[in-house]
Design a protein around this ligand. Structure first.
Ligand SMILES: [Zn+2]
Length: 449
């Protein structure tokens, strides 16, 4: 297996987007990066989510037998990415691209924290096992699902542990609430007894299996009903929030069994992909920092750079932002975001895979330019996919802004990408986030986090 570090050194030579020791706006790249981050940091200050959560309507809820080969491969890769993302939070977010070669397929893998030393061998074992099953059996046996789920649950021990610890306090609230109900309330008593299953110190695999089996039970439907937002106005401590969270975490705990089932179902129809496969890590990107705020990082000058020159809107936006500054200390919050000491920018996993395929002109399996990711894309990754000339399949997105997002440092000298590849993408992205900024309506409360 090759982890690509050697090639990475060749590729990243220019560090074209790395901040220099000079003032940030001294050269074109620094200036472009500063201008890219300005509307982004401002948008983040105004509210971290920039739109509705987008979903893949083709793969979700469609019977496997009705999925085309293209969508089957997508489903398979998404499920693989999910089981590789072994911890809760953003560090282990995993992206996978499938390359087609004359003698087999390569699963290219990347993670947000650039650590794939555990994931690559795990994926190799998993895929080899699935290949065996797909060759030997025409029907998937429950024992095979059990076996695969157990491997995935073992690997994702930190994730399962996190779900359990998140479940604990909300479960306690629900149990206390049910205890307070009328003693003749059989429904409350039975539900309380059923919920105790998650209070016991069960083995993680048992708990996950039980959560999966119970996902459609009457008790689960009752929890869903109690977790529905009431039509009357309620506060943030209302009990339905607790029931809703309990339902969510039970669903999460059962999810590995569902994914194991999905993986084997897909694998049984994709045995050609698993024949002679390889797993490789995408070359690790170099580290860089976000250009610091400087004398030009003020609300007024950001607006004048975001809008076309001579725009009649400049004054109006400056006035609105000044008003928000007075009310909500917008300037201070805006600059505080630049000074966050925990800000360690990184190239998100799906962008690493995207540029790896693009830079090396790799062929996607079945000509399907799809990159799977264990989580929906963030706002910047979505913009990056849209702005990229490679026409990759647009990912689903939760449209959240992460300030530690950064574009990859690419070297145009390899001749595969144009001299202005990165500049053009960043310009389109800056334009798009500026448009998103201009759509923002001054609503009191949005700023308060
Ligand atoms: Zn992202």
């Amino acid at each position: 297996m090759v982890n690509g570090k050697k090639r990475c050194k060749e590729r990243v030579a220019t560090n074209s987007l790395m901040p220099s020791s000079k003032r940030p706006r001294f050269d074109g790249n620094e200036r472009r990066l500063s201008r890219f981050y300005e509307p982004l940091v401002l948008l983040y200050t105004l509210g971290r989510t920039r739109g509705e959560h987008t979903r893949d309507i083709t793969c979700n809820g469609t019977e496997f037998s009705n999925l085309s080969r293209k969508h089957l491969i997508r489903k398979f890769l998404c499920s693989l990415a999910y089981v590789c993302d072994y911890a809760k939070g953003g560090d282990t977010v995993t992206a996978i691209g499938l390359e087609s070669k004359p003698h087999g397929h390569t699963f290219w893998i990347a993670s947000n924290n650039n650590k794939t030393t555990k994931t690559v061998p795990f994926l190799e074992v998993l895929l080899a096992g699935m290949h065996q099953v797909s060759v030997e059996a025409t029907m998937i046996a429950p024992g095979q699902v059990e076996d695969l789920a157990a491997k995935c649950i073992d690997f994702a021990a930190p994730r399962i542990k996190a779900y359990r610890s998140h479940l604990k306090p909300v479960l306690r609230r629900c149990l206390n609430h049910l205890d307070d109900q009328d003693h003749d309330d059989n429904e409350a008593r039975d539900l309380s007894e059923w919920l105790q299953n998650w209070n016991d110190e069960r083995d993680p695999k048992d708990l996950c299996r039980f959560s999966y089996r119970e996902r459609k039970s009457d008790f689960m439907q009752l929890v869903a009903r109690l977790g529905t937002e009431p039509s009357y106005r309620s506060n943030k401590d209302a009990i339905y929030h607790a029931f809703s969270s309990v339902r969510h975490y039970i669903g999460r705990l059962g999810h590995h069994f569902r994914v194991a089932n999905d993986l084997l179902t897909c694998a049984s129809r994709l045995s050609d992909i698993l024949y002679g496969f390889e797993v490789q890590s995408v070359p690790i990107p170099t580290r860089s920092t976000i250009p610091p705020a400087d004398g030009k990082t003020t609300l007024d000058s950001v607006v004048s750079r975001m809008l076309p020159s001579q725009s009649p809107d400049v004054e109006r936006y400056q006035y609105n932002l000044a008003e928000m500054d007075t009310k909500y200390e917008l300037s201070r919050r805006f600059l505080d975001n630049y000074r966050d000491p925990n800000l360690k920018p990184r190239v998100h996993a799906e962008i690493q895979v995207l540029e790896h395929f693009h830079m090396d002109s790799l062929r996607f399996a079945d000509g399907n330019p799809f990159i799977a990711c264990s989580k929906p894309a963030c706002f910047c990754c979505l913009l990056y996919f849209r702005a990229h000339p490679g026409h990759f399949v647009e990912p689903t997105s939760h449209q959240k802004i992460y300030l530690n997002w950064r574009p990859p440092d690419l070297d145009a000298r390899m001749g595969i990408i144009g001299e202005h590849h990165q500049r053009d993408i960043l310009n389109v992205m800056t334009e798009a986030s500026g448009r998103s900024m201009r759509k923002f309506r001054h609503t009191p409360g949005i700023l308060i986090r």
